[in-house]
Design a protein around this ligand. Structure first.
Ligand SMILES: C[S@@+](CC[C@H](N)C(=O)[O-])C[C@H]1O[C@@H](n2cnc3c(N)ncnc32)[C@H](O)[C@@H]1O
Length: 227
């Protein structure tokens, strides 16, 4: 896509990928980690909360033996991903399936790697729900396999504030809007600003629980993960 000068000709998924995601580096990292742990190449990957499926598509590009599945509740980013990530893959597109569904009920198939990027599991706001998710993933992992998660937190994360990052032709704004230390309820937005002064407000909204690392680790061990 060319230079973006105004909100009216910007595509929110294109902006999101440019500012938030780096699918090729994520795939490089999980492949290297898998190699280190199991001394072989991962061949299957499921991208949970996949949005446009950028990671699943990047994974199949790295080898003709690789297959991937992406799962998301929302048909809109899935359709965008089919057009912008899947179609350009050519032959490799037949090795990716982008599915509309709930990650609490994943496809009945085992994977070398399941990944849940960009803190998406924060969408599960109770211990019970988060533990059901971790359990559901565990059942679909090969014996030599792993769940890849990232985490977001620390004292700064609890403070309502705006952070801005400048890109070539737009500004990305991360808006930590609300945090309740009693319930863990956490609301954030992504906004974008453009050189002509126009804005795309609340391009993405996140209604999360701000889980901390100890809570996440405890739950993972509790449902059977090791290491
Ligand atoms: C933060 S976006 C993640 C997009 C992309 N995977 C990334 O790493 O940046 C969160 C996505 O999770 C999806 N989602 C939320 N709850 C879900 C659930 N229970 N099952 C499947 N997808 C879900 C939303 O529709 C949204 O597309």
């Amino acid at each position: 896509m060319g230079k973006i000068k105004a909100a009216k000709n910007a595509d929110r998924y294109d902006l999101y990928i440019k500012s938030v995601q780096d699918p090729d580096s994520e795939v490089k990292f999980v492949r290297r980690t898998f190699n280190k742990m199991f001394h072989k190449e991962p061949r299957t990957l499921r991208e949970d909360f996949c949005g446009t499926g950028a990671v699943a598509c990047s994974f199949v590009r790295t080898s003709p033996e690789n297959r991937a599945v992406g799962v998301d509740l929302d048909p809109v980013p899935l359709a965008w991903g089919r057009e912008h990530h899947l179609a350009p893959l050519g032959e490799a597109a037949s090795r990716v399936k982008l599915m509309e569904g709930d990650v609490l009920h994943p496809p009945d198939e085992k994977f070398d790697i399941v990944c849940a990027n960009n803190f998406s599991y924060f969408a599960f706001k109770t211990r019970e729900k988060l533990s059901s998710y971790f359990r559901a993933v565990h059942k679909t992992l090969n014996d030599e396999g792993f769940l890849y998660l990232d985490i977001y937190g620390g004292p700064e994360a609890m403070i309502p504030q705006l952070e801005e990052w400048e890109y070539d032709d737009f500004t990305y704004v991360w808006d930590q809007d609300f945090y309740d230390p009693v319930t863990g309820d956490y609301r954030c937005y992504i906004h974008f600003k453009f050189p002509d002064g126009s804005k795309m407000k609340k391009a993405f909204k996140y209604d999360w629980c701000l889980w901390n690392l100890v809570e996440v680790k405890d739950l993972l061990y509790e449902v059977g993960y090791r290491e």
